[in-house]
Design a protein around this ligand. Structure first.
Ligand SMILES: Nc1ncnc2c1ncn2[C@@H]1O[C@H](COP(=O)(O)OP(=O)(O)OP(=O)(O)O)[C@@H](O)[C@H]1O
Ligand SMILES: [Mg+2]
Length: 720
C-alpha cells in the first residue's frame, strides 16, 4: 500500500476520542485504516473499503461516526444487515457515552418514525428499519451527516439488496451533503461500488493474522503455497482428524457444513467419540441450554454436546441458544462448533482453524452447485483470532483427487465474484417507487428517474431498461389506486398508497387483502392466516412429498372458509399453494396452543424458525389492520386482524389474551391459570396467593406479582 501507518495521536480527530482509543490499546492504525484516513475519511469524503475480515473496517467507521458527532457536523447513522449485529454494535457504541455521545438502537416495528431518535447522536439500525424510518420522513434525519453501511456487498442479495440500493440511491439523489462510508468484504468489482457512490476506494489484502488456506484429501493438507502437512488418521474421518490435529496445537475449530441436520449429527458424534471430560465450566455452560427454548428435545441435545465440549449452531436455534454456543466458543470452552453458513454472515467468532466440509450447495432447481468464491471467503475470514493465534487456517475437505487442484485454483488463488444490482425486479420497484412518491409526493416523473439514475443498476446495466420498468410500475400503481397522476407526469400517493408504504408491505400484498375484504365474508382465523401466508411478504415453508396428503386434507377441510379460492387466482402454481397452506398450518397450530415441541416435530423446523415466521405474520396482521382502518365497510376485518395480531404474538387462543398481558405469564402458564379457573384479571385480582402458588409452574413470588398486577390493571387491558 506504500503508506506508513498513522498513529492515533496524529489523526485529525477530537482529542478526547484519541485518549479513549489509546486507553483501549488502539495506538496505531492498521494499514487499510490508514489508507482510509489519507483518502479523506475525516474530511467528509465518501469511502468504500473493500478489505479482509478483521482488517479494522468496523472500528475505523465507528471512530468516524463518533468524530462526526464530536466535531459538531451532525448525527451519524450506522447500518448493519442483521438485528443481532446491530445489537452488538450498540454495545460497542455505548463505550463512547463517557464522551457525551448518545447512541440509540432502532430495529423495532416498521411503522414508526421513532421521533425519540431526535435525542440521540448515533443511530444504529438495520437496512430495512432505516428504509422504513425514512418512509415516515423523520425530522431528525435532516441532521444526519454521515451514514456508515456495514457489509455493503449485501446489495448483491436478491431479497435485501434492493432495499439497500434504493435507500442509498434516495440519499444520493436528495442529500448530496451526507457522507457515505461503505464497508465491504473483498469482492470482484469494488471500483464499480466506488464509482456508484462517488467514493474513494480502499482495497487491501492485509490481515492482522495471516491466513493459510489448504485442501484436505487422504490425510494430507495441501496448502495454497505448495506446503504439505500430514495429518494422523486417528478416526479415519476427515473432519474429526482435522479437529484433533488443531486441538493438538492448542487451537479450536469452526466447521461449516451444508445442513442443520448435518451440524447436529456431527456435533453429537464428535461429543461421543472425542468428547472432553466435563469440567465444571462446561457443565455450567451446558446447563444454561436446558431452559434455552420451549423444545425440551432440542435443549437436551444441545446440553449433551456442550457438556463434552462441542456445539452446533444454525438458524433453527433460538437467539438464546446461539448466544450460549457463541459464548462457549469465545471463552475457549468448546473444542469445535459445527455451523451452517448463517454463522459466517453474522457474529464475530474467530477460530484457529476453519474447516469447510463441502463447497457444493444443494438447490432444488439446479441440484448440487459449487458455492461462490465470495461465500467461501466469508468462511475463511473467520480463521485466526487476533492476539491469540499466530495464524489462521481455512481447510476445505474434498473427496476426489482432481478436486484438490481445482479447489486451490478456484477458491484459494481465484478472485471473488463481482456483485451486481438486483434492483430491477417488479417486486422491488413497485415497493420502492411507491415509497418514494408516498414520502416525498407530489413527485415529478423526472425526479423518479433521477432517483433511479442514482442506482447501481443504472451504472452496471442500463438506464433505459430501468426507465421502462418505471413506466410499468407507475401504471400498476395508478391502476390499482396506490397513486394518482395529479397533473401531467406528476404523481402523488393516495391515502391507501401512503398507508401501504408506511406499514412496509408489498403493494401486491395490499391488493390481495383488498380482494379478500371485498368478499364481505366473515373471516375465520384460518382464512386470515392463509391470506397472510399468500402474500409475497410471507416466507413459505417447503414440503416433502409425504406431507402432501396431510396438507391437502387441511386445505379441503378449510376450503369453504378461504377468502380467495385457489381457482380464482389464475394459473397459480399448485406447489406454491401447498407451501402457503403448510405455512398457514404452522401458524394456526401456534395460535391453537400446540406446544413448540409438537410444532418442531410436525413441520421439521426449529424454535428459531417458529419465532421468525410468527414475527413476520404478526407484522403483516398489524399492517393489514392498519390498511383496513381506511375502509369503513371492513370493521369486522379490523377487529379480526387486531385479535389475530395478539394471538400470534403470544401463541394463544383468544380466551387467554387477557391473561398473557400479565408480566411473567406466557402461553403455558396462562393456560394453567385458565384451567385452574382463573380466566380474567378480575378473577385474579381477588385470588388468594396460596391458591395461585399451588398451580404448577407458579411459585409464591410470581403469584404475588400476578395478583398485584391484576389489581392495578383491572379494566385497563384491552383485548382486540
Ligand atoms: N488499529 C487497531 N489497533 C488495535 N486493534 C484494532 C485496530 N483496528 C481494529 N482493531 C481490532 O481488531 C478487531 C477487528 O476489527 P474490526 O471488527 O473493525 O474488523 P472488520 O474489518 O470490520 O472485520 P469483519 O470483516 O469481521 O467485519 C476488533 O477486535 C478491533 O477492535
Ligand atoms: Mg466489520
Amino acid at each position: 500500500m506504500g503508506c506508513s501507518a498513522l498513529r492515533v495521536s496524529e489523526l485529525p480527530i477530537n482529542e478526547r476520542l484519541k485518549q479513549l482509543l489509546e486507553s483501549e490499546g488502539v495506538k496505531e492504525l492498521f494499514p487499510p485504516q490508514t489508507e482510509a484516513c489519507k483518502r479523506g475519511l475525516f474530511s467528509g469524503r465518501n469511502i468504500i473499503m473493500s478489505t479482509q475480515t478483521a482488517s479494522g473496517k468496523t472500528l475505523i467507521a465507528e471512530i468516524a461516526c463518533i468524530n462526526n458527532v464530536l466535531s459538531g457536523r451532525g448525527k451519524s447513522a450506522y447500518l448493519t444487515p442483521l438485528k443481532a449485529l446491530a445489537m452488538e454494535k450498540l454495545a460497542d457504541f455505548k463505550r463512547y457515552e463517557v464522551l457525551g455521545v448518545k447512541t440509540a438502537l432502532s430495529i423495532g416495528d416498521y411503522d414508526s418514525s421513532d421521533p425519540y431518535l431526535h435525542e440521540y447522536d448515533v443511530v444504529v439500525s438495520t437496512y430495512e428499519k432505516m428504509d422504513s424510518l425514512l418512509r415516515h420522513k423523520p425530522r431528525w434525519f435532516s441532521q444526519v451527516s454521515l451514514i456508515v453501511i456495514d457489509e455493503i456487498h449485501y446489495v448483491d442479495d436478491p431479497e435485501r439488496g434492493p432495499v439497500l440500493e434504493s435507500l442509498i440511491s434516495k440519499v444520493k439523489a436528495q442529500r448530496r451533503d451526507i457522507q457515505i462510508v461503505g464497508l465491504s468484504a473483498t469482492i470482484g468489482n469494488p471500483e464499480e461500488l466506488a464509482r456508484w457512490l462517488d467514493a474513494e476506494l480502499v482495497v487491501s489484502e492485509w490481515r492482522p493474522v495471516p491466513l493459510r488456506e489448504g485442501v484436505y484429501f487422504k490425510n494430507r493438507i495441501v496448502y495454497s503455497d505448495g506446503a504439505v502437512k500430514l495429518v494422523t488418521p486417528v478416526y479415519s474421518h476427515p473432519i474429526y482428524d482435522l479437529i484433533l490435529d488443531v486441538l493438538a496445537e492448542g487451537g479450536q475449530a469452526l466447521v461449516f457444513v451444508n445442513s442443520r441436520r448435518r451440524a447436529v449429527e456431527l456435533a453429537e458424534a464428535a461429543s461421543r467419540r472425542m468428547g472432553s471430560a466435563a469440567s465444571r465450566e462446561l457443565v455450567e455452560l451446558a446447563e444454561a441450554a436446558l431452559e434455552s427454548s420451549e423444545v425440551p428435545d432440542l435443549n437436551k441435545r444441545l446440553y449433551e454436546t456442550l457438556k463434552r465440549g462441542y456445539g452446533f449452531h444454525h438458524a433453527g436455534l433460538t437467539l438464546e441458544q446461539r448466544r450460549i454456543v457463541e459464548d462457549g466458543f469465545r471463552k475457549g470452552l468448546l473444542r469445535a462448533v459445527f455451523a451452517t453458513p448463517t454463522l459466517a454472515a453474522g457474529v464475530n467468532l474467530p477460530a484457529r482453524r476453519v474447516i469447510v466440509e463441502d463447497l457444493r450447495r444443494y438447490n432444488p432447481i439446479e441440484g448440487n452447485n459449487p458455492i461462490k468464491v465470495l461465500e467461501y471467503k466469508q468462511f475463511a475470514g473467520r480463521a485466526g483470532r487476533p492476539g491469540y493465534d499466530p495464524y489462521g487456517e481455512a481447510i476445505v475437505v474434498v473427496r476426489r483427487e482432481h478436486d484438490v487442484d481445482w479447489t486451490l485454483n478456484t477458491y484459494m488463488l481465484g478472485k471473488p465474484e463481482a456483485i451486481s444490482s438486483k434492483l430491477n425486479s417488479p417486486r422491488a420497484l413497485r415497493s420502492h417507487i411507491l415509497a418514494y412518491i408516498a414520502s416525498d409526493g407530489p413527485v415529478k416523473a423526472a425526479d423518479l428517474k433521477e432517483f433511479l439514475d442514482n442506482s447501481l443498476y443504472a451504472i452496471q446495466k442500463s438506464r433505459e431498461s430501468l426507465r421502462d420498468s418505471l413506466n410499468r410500475v407507475l401504471d400498476f400503481l395508478t391502476q390499482n389506486g396506490f397513486v394518482r397522476e395529479q397533473s401531467e407526469r406528476v404523481y402523488e400517493a393516495t391515502r391507501l398508497g401512503k398507508r401501504v408504504s408506511e406499514v412496509y408491505v408489498d403493494p401486491l400484498s395490499a391488493l390481495i387483502l383488498l380482494k379478500a375484504v371485498s368478499r364481505r365474508k366473515k373471516p375465520s382465523p384460518f382464512a386470515l392466516i392463509h391470506l397472510i401466508a399468500m402474500t409475497p411478504d410471507m416466507p413459505k415453508l417447503s414440503f416433502r412429498r409425504k406431507e402432501i396428503e396431510l396438507i391437502e386434507r387441511v386445505l379441503n377441510e378449510f376450503y369453504h372458509e378461504l377468502l380467495i379460492y385457489p381457482e380464482e387466482r389464475g394459473d397459480i402454481d399448485y406447489e406454491l399453494l401447498l407451501s402457503e397452506t403448510k405455512t398457514a398450518m404452522l401458524l394456526y397450530d401456534w395460535i391453537s396452543e400446540e406446544s413448540e415441541q409438537a410444532i418442531t416435530e410436525k413441520y421439521d423446523v426449529g424454535p428459531g424458525d417458529i419465532r421468525s415466521l410468527v414475527e413476520t405474520a404478526e407484522w403483516i396482521a398489524y399492517a393489514f389492520k392498519r390498511i383496513v382502518e381506511l375502509l369503513p365497510e371492513a370493521r369486522t376485518f379490523h377487529t379480526s386482524f387486531s385479535v389475530l395480531e395478539k394471538r400470534l404474538r403470544y401463541g394463544v387462543r383468544e380466551e387467554l389474551l387477557e391473561l398473557v398481558s400479565i408480566p411473567g405469564v406466557g402461553r403455558v402458564r396462562a393456560r394453567k391459570l385458565y384451567r385452574a379457573g382463573f380466566r380474567s384479571l378480575e378473577e385474579l385480582a381477588s385470588a388468594s396467593i396460596w391458591e395461585l402458588s399451588r398451580i404448577e409452574g407458579i411459585g409464591e413470588k410470581l403469584a404475588r406479582s400476578i395478583v398485584e398486577f391484576s389489581r392495578k390493571n383491572l379494566g385497563r387491558i384491552q383485548v382486540g
